[in-house]
Design a protein around this ligand. Structure first.
Ligand code: ADP
Length: 161
């Protein structure tokens, strides 16, 4: 059974992340979407538990997907789950340098875990959680970029701002 993990901060999950997840389940028997606890970029908008539950709802119709979280080294978490690969999404050239360095560092930490890069549909290449948060915080419509329940959760977060 080939298992891959898809690590990230998912603050919140977007249709770009979902596009990558759907591609990954075609390639692996199981994909574990795993929310990083320790790389919480400053202070996340959604709590760890909120991010996990938004992802769980977003993937509830898909098969062979699990959602969990990890702390510490991503490669250690991958090994713990019997995973052979870490999935990362590449949007534009701007992702490349950071992802390249991280993939090489992770390979150095554990040769057995391969980083696999997938590209989303072109319509999601400009979508990031940060852009979605910013637009939503200013009252912008982000419904093309996130599932309906995430759109609602964003509106809820910003309703008092
Ligand atoms: P972000 O960079 O949006 O905060 P994460 O840290 O949650 O996202 O990212 C997890 C992984 O998903 C990373 O490999 C990131 O490049 C990828 N990713 C994020 N948004 C997209 C998108 N719109 N299309 C493809 N991959 C994406």
């Amino acid at each position: 059974m080939k298992i891959a993990i898809y690590p990230g901060s998912f603050d919140p999950i977007t249709n770009g992340h979902l596009d990558i997840i759907e591609r990954a389940v075609h390639l692996f028997d199981k994909v574990i979407v795993t929310v990083a606890r320790n790389t919480e970029k400053n202070s996340p908008l959604f709590s760890h538990e909120e991010r996990i539950s938004l992802i769980a709802k977003a993937v509830s119709e898909l098969e062979n997907i699990e959602v969990d979280s990890f702390e510490g080294l991503m490669v250690d978490h991958a090994v713990k789950h019997g995973s052979v690969a870490a999935i990362r999404g590449l949007r534009a050239l701007s992702d490349f340098e950071f992802e390249f360095k991280m993939a090489l560092m992770n390979r150095n930490l554990n040769e057995d875990i391969s980083t696999l890069f997938l590209m989303p549909h072109a319509k999601y290449t400009h979508v990031s959680s940060a852009m979605v948060r910013e637009a939503a915080s200013l009252g912008g419509n982000v419904s093309d970029y996130v599932p309906a329940h995430v759109d609602k959760a964003l509106k809820n977060k910003y309703k008092n701002v």
